[in-house]
Design a protein around this ligand. Sequence first.
Ligand SMILES: *Cc1c(COP(=O)(O)O)cnc(C)c1O
Length: 222
Amino acid sequence: MSARESQIRSALDKIKAQLKPGVELIVVTKTFPVSDLEILYLLGERHFGENRQSELSKKSEALAKDIHWHFQGGLQSNKLRAIVSVASYIHSLDEIRHAVKISELALELNKRQRCFIQVNLDADELASRESNRSGVDPKEFVAFAESLIALAGIDVVGVMGIAPLNSDPRPGFEILRNLSQELLKMAPKASGISSGMSGDYQIAMEYGATHIRLGSSILGQR
Ligand SMILES: *Cc1c(COP(=O)(O)O)cnc(C)c1O
């Protein structure tokens, strides 16, 4: 076994021992080389997260077809076709114009695109505007969810959030859990909560995370 392989394996084992039952681990492989994804694949991982379309397309072409790709980066109209043709899940949907396009593309490709609704968990609106944080404003969540549910090519699977950096993630995770309840009233199957990264995944699981997205705690610093 190579040094890199044993390093990844032991990090993965450590994380897996802490996962609550039913929680899906997505290994965020952005910026890491295909060789690392091959190691993860041999260790049994099948859910990988990427933030950029070009990297997603390149890696998905190079790797096995039974991998589930999770797209979690910023969306741009001219990249949507390539994303929809590869991604099992999109975690970062926060604009209706993108949703309409994704729905059209999905129908054209004979699929329904599974999407999480990304919510902006930054309570401080000024900070949020300045940092250009993405995500739907919680106040607009219900209306946004309603329009999404009406689109034939989209399968709304849950909510997604990124807790604010350098502060207690709990208030944000609480908002996300409440919005998840709102969503379930409109779409009873949309029970997913995608939250939790390397720094806060244990807390995210306390707040009901069903999908956690971990990069650095498994693969090291980028
Ligand atoms: C990079 C990234 C992650 C993983 O972050 P780590 O701190 O490396 O675990 C999770 N979610 C999103 C949206 C990301 O961009």
